[in-house]
Design a protein around this ligand. Structure first.
Ligand code: PMP
Length: 356
């Protein structure tokens, strides 16, 4: 059966070879006769898997031997909204409000201290990234969302302040582009976009920012304890970590982040040039803030919606509907989506122009 072109925003497409290897390992992990699902998380086999996953994550971000630790925890990125604040917020932290996820992070941090919203694009339904904001002195940390999955905006630069740790939610663009990742002190990302199946959350943290708050931190919320226990204070999400490891190996075999960035750029260029060229469509976000991962757009005449929907669905395209808070369409183009899938979508848009 031909697989659909999967533009789903997350959980999302992963490479077919990863699905194949993962499904094989559910029956028999590396000729052990045992399923990945039935072995102890303390077994040599699984300890090897999580160590490999940690090593690959740091390697792909160029953060090896720079004082960072990689953790695989549960609770999704949403748990990190509070865990970051639990561990880092003493008095006041600065947040950039670039969307629903950023504002959820602010809401959770308010349980632990003060937050200062440095700037917000809420009044224009988050269709751009605020830029001319000042970062005051004396914040415990600064928090950004690098890619706003719902709106299709992506930060290209990350204003910093000396002596202020930089925390970033990279749930929807981690491992997709080259950045100086050492500018960040803590990065977190739910697995279910460019890493693996939902269930695991990657946290990459510079150890020297920890242990500075005066509050008592419950064990399950304590980064330092999680580091000490190598992500195994309790049973970790073994399958999600295993498939993430397979996917990070796939990324290595395919040239790593530099090579995937080129492919992601080609995909984004193709879809955005069609959105701009085709008189029937318009983009949602400010041009300079367009995301390479999620392209949001709509029909200028919404009445044409049912006709367009019929066309893309007939071309085996899946997951193109926009988020309910934006409407229209969202083409999510994560690492495993091929340029060919984007070409199919662009052809549908071109054909639609001819027939509409
Ligand atoms: N941050 C961003 C940027 C996201 O896209 C999402 C989910 N799509 C979240 C946070 C929330 O992640 P989770 O469902 O893993 O809690």
């Amino acid at each position: 059966m031909e697989r659909p072109h999967n533009f789903s925003a997350g959980p999302c497409i992963l490479p077919l070879e990863v699905f194949e290897k993962a499904s094989q390992s559910v029956i028999d992990l590396d000729n052990s006769g045992l399923s990945i699902l039935e072995i102890s998380h303390r077994s040599t086999a699984f300890v090897g898997i999580i160590e490999k996953a940690r090593e690959l994550a740091l390697q792909h971000l160029n953060l090896q031997d720079k004082g960072y630790k990689a953790l695989f925890l549960q609770g999704g990125a949403s748990m990190q909204f509070l865990m970051t604040a639990y561990n880092l917020l003493e008095k006041k932290a600065g947040y950039l409000d670039t969307g629903t996820w950023a504002s959820n992070a602010i809401k959770e941090a308010n349980n632990f201290g003060k937050t200062e919203v440095l700037a917000s694009s809420k009044s224009s339904n988050y269709n751009y990234i605020p830029k001319d904001f000042l970062v005051p002195e004396g914040l415990d940390y600064l928090h950004y969302t690098s890619n706003n999955t719902i709106y299709g905006t992506q930060m290209k630069t990350f204003p910093k302040k000396e002596n202020t740790p930089l925390v970033c939610d990279m749930s929807s663009d981690i491992f997709s582009r080259q950045l100086d990742y050492s500018q960040f002190d803590l990065i977190y990302a739910g697995a279910q976009k460019n890493m693996g199946p939902a269930g695991a959350t990657l946290i990459v943290v510079k150890e020297d920012i920890l242990g500075k708050v005066s509050r008592a931190i419950p064990s399950m919320m304590d980064y330092q304890l999680m580091i000490k226990k190598e992500s195994m204070f309790n049973t970790p999400p073994v399958f999600s970590i295993y498939v993430s490891m397979l996917n990070l190996e796939w990324l290595s075999r395919n040239g790593g982040v530099p090579s995937i960035e080129k492919k992601n750029k080609a995909k984004a260029d193709l879809i955005y040039s069609e959105i701009d060229r085709n008189p029937l469509f318009k983009g949602f976000t400010a041009l300079e803030d367009r995301s390479m991962m999620n392209a949001t757009f709509s029909l200028k005449d919404e009445q044409l919606g049912p006709k367009f929907d019929k066309l893309w669905k007939a071309s085996h395209i899946n997951g193109l509907n926009g988020h309910r808070s934006v409407g229209g369409y969202r083409a999510s183009m994560y690492n495993a989506l091929t340029l060919d899938s984007v070409k199919v979508l662009v052809d549908v848009m071109k054909n639609f122009e001819k027939t509409a």
